[in-house]
Design a protein around this ligand. Sequence first.
Ligand SMILES: [Zn+2]
Ligand SMILES: [Zn+2]
Length: 346
Amino acid sequence: MTTQNFKYQLLNEAGQPTTFLSKKGSFDGKQLDLAGEQYRAADILHTMQAKKAFIFVVPSAEGQPKAISILMHTGNVKQLRSDIDRIRSAVQVGKEEEAWQAGGRVGVFRKEQCPCCTATLNLSRFEPPPQLFCDYCDTVFTVPIQPETPKNEVEYKLCEHCGMYSHPRHFTEFYFYFLFVVYGYWTNESTRCPACMRGTAWKMLAVNFLFIIGIIPAIYQLIRAYASDKIAGPFSGLHAANLKATKRNYSAATKIYRSILERVPFAAGVHYNLGLALVQNKEWERASAAFELSLDDCSNYRYAAGGLMHCYEALGRTDDLKAMQSQWSSPEAENEIPIDATSAQA
Ligand SMILES: [Zn+2]
Ligand SMILES: [Zn+2]
């Protein structure tokens, strides 16, 4: 791996730069160097990215993990995060595998590499595929790929804006203003699904109509918001269904989700959206069935597990809730792995 060099400013808890000038940083494939302060990738507990900001969590001498935030002015934030995640996940899963062997546990230690970001995933606690979820890049993927699997399946994720499984895209809001002698423009960049983009794209067009210059970007974003649904292939109709669900037209949304599920045999994300729509309509029993189907397709899909626990709580299914909490939150949960889940891999 070639060393990545970048310029950055350290951010404080309020997200403001702590220094006026930017400093030099680098990552050589093992260590992150921030102006002489070094952090081993293997020791990093968690990473996050928000536009050009990179946040990572490391253990501290005081015992409490410490979050460090930097704003990168040069270099590729996404690549840096992905490289660090690949190293730290491999080290972490290696330790878990050693502990598994040392503990003399029954069953096979099962690990996979994410085809999208190449992070190493420990799947020993979960039923084997058809689908897997990567916590590092937030992607659900089908293994092995089926004839009906959408070719761009790894591009589908939960939208940051509406929280639904969709095909989020980069979206720039652009407003040009001209007020007598003062003129300028205002932009905002976000990643959201086309269904979420639609309302904002119309607002852009309405505001920019007054000042002409902003009309071209407004029309461009409006076209993207509507046209992008057509390229969704087997997932065609997903954004329309999501939009219906957010507008509380649950029966129409459910009908479209069901038609997609007839075309795509393994689609944990679509079952998840169906569950989410039913939860919003307080149909707990049907929602729990949808989340269970989502977990049947992708047993480590964290979001569906969260939705199902929420349903179990609402339905008063305390024993089911406790069993799920134990599987998902206890570090010793590997001991409770059902024998059939492990023997299926043997
Ligand atoms: Zn991944
Ligand atoms: Zn959205």
